[in-house]
Design a protein around this ligand. Structure first.
Ligand SMILES: Cc1cc2nc3c(=O)[nH]c(=O)nc-3n(C[C@H](O)[C@H](O)[C@H](O)COP(=O)(O)O)c2cc1C
Length: 171
């Protein structure tokens, strides 16, 4: 599958085939894709928590109201921003760095036949704190989002579309 096809097939998946396995090897490919993303000054200010534990997945649905799809997901990847990995130039760019890493995961997943849903955590302070507590994270790590992962139980196909009115051309 080429990148154009992956972009066009990706959509947020909120229903997964509950018993379908996702392998550690597949998850490692997703994490490799994440770590190949660009980052300001190449600081790579990220870590990743891989949640396969069913009890923990359930706890996440309880503390984040828009993550109900985790009930059928096989796993979740939590992107963690590392606030200590910065210099004077890269400071403040971590949301863009972690966003790029996240999108790479989403597109790589399409190529593996897997579905994802990006669920925002940062910058909602109450959620950041709740996830930090749940995963017992140090203060320098900011839970950035939760990516639900599993075998889709719905058709793929982009919800996005091109809008000429959103483009300002400067020729
Ligand atoms: C920053 C961000 C936060 C999001 N948070 C949630 C969320 O908490 N729960 C959810 O179901 N979807 C969440 N989404 C998914 C969006 O609702 C979805 O991307 C959007 O509706 C477009 O649909 P598509 O992803 O299928 O193209 C989030 C997406 C982004 C980029």
């Amino acid at each position: 599958m080429n990148v154009t096809e992956a972009i066009k097939r990706r959509k947020s998946i909120r229903s997964y085939k509950a018993a379908a396995p996702v392998t550690d090897e597949q998850i490692k490919l997703l994490l490799e894709a994440a770590m190949l993303a660009p980052s300001a000054c190449n600081m790579r200010p990220w870590e990743f928590a891989v949640i396969r534990n069913r009890e923990l997945l359930e706890k996440i649905t309880a503390l984040h109201p828009y993550t109900a799809m985790l009930k059928t997901a096989s796993a979740a990847i939590i992107v963690l921003a590392d606030l200590e990995l910065k210099n004077n130039i890269s400071e403040g760019f971590f949301p863009q760095d972690c966003g790029a890493a996240t999108q790479n995961i989403l597109l790589q997943a399409v190529d593996l036949g897997l579905g994802t849903c990006w669920c925002g955590v940062y910058p909602k302070e109450d959620k950041v704190e709740a996830f930090r507590k749940l995963l017992d994270l140090p203060q320098n790590l900011v839970p950035f989002n939760v990516i639900a992962l599993g075998v889709p139980n719905e058709e793929d196909g982009s919800r996005g579309f091109y809008e000429e009115t959103k483009v300002r051309w400067f020729k």
